[in-house]
Design a binder for this molecule. Sequence first.
Ligand SMILES: C[S@@+](CC[C@H](N)C(=O)[O-])C[C@H]1O[C@@H](n2cnc3c(N)ncnc32)[C@H](O)[C@@H]1O
Length: 227
Amino acid sequence: MSRPKLNDKLARHDPAYLRAKRENYAARAVYKLEEIDKRFKLVRPGMRVLDLGCWPGSWMQYVAEKVGDDGLVYGIDLRPVSLSFPANVQHVIADVFEWTPAALGPDVRFDLVLSDMAPHTTGDAHNDKWRSESLAARALEIARQALRPGGHLVAKVFQGGQFPDLLKQWREAFQEMKPFHAKNTRASSSEQYLVGRGLRASAVLPAPPPAAPASAAVPAAVSPPKP
Ligand SMILES: C[S@@+](CC[C@H](N)C(=O)[O-])C[C@H]1O[C@@H](n2cnc3c(N)ncnc32)[C@H](O)[C@@H]1O
């Protein structure tokens, strides 16, 4: 696996940034996942893991090392990941609001879904938190479509007005649910991770089929008349 250059220019003197650089991880975010994993013992050899918001790739690096050659890691992000990984680690450029797990095949189910997704911040805290919560809600929806019963979900969220609703949905979907504040979070941040363990069989959803390409999606009835 090739090792990247860190790209977080704002954090040059941050101990986690410097440690990530020394240890060849793509981002300091890896230590948040490490903390979560130490606390909840989620990532194990041979697992199939879906990573939503995977760029620049430090969570995929961590997970790939832990699941080993018998596992599978599949990452999704709006941005292209430039690291090179072994064949059992794949990533695509996609928007999670348009992507469906059915794109991977009809019966693919994961053991663990991770979401470190964050919206581009606008400076309007209310709006930013709302968009972060919408990403967390989408991560839960994808997890219900992509996890096997008993699987786990970790998703980042910045707490705002939709938070009580999110907690309720998480509790309904998982046998156990805990919010987790990572130590490796900047002091000024209100971010936390919702950790759901043991997806209830009753919460599993079928994944909708991928959208047809635009040209094939035009129904015959509205096709332009033949000349
Ligand atoms: C904090 S970064 C993830 C860092 C990553 N866990 C790592 O360790 O390298 C958040 C990512 O979420 C992605 N993201 C935000 N909205 C998204 C969406 N709608 N679909 C896919 N990815 C999204 C962003 O492009 C960004 O790369």
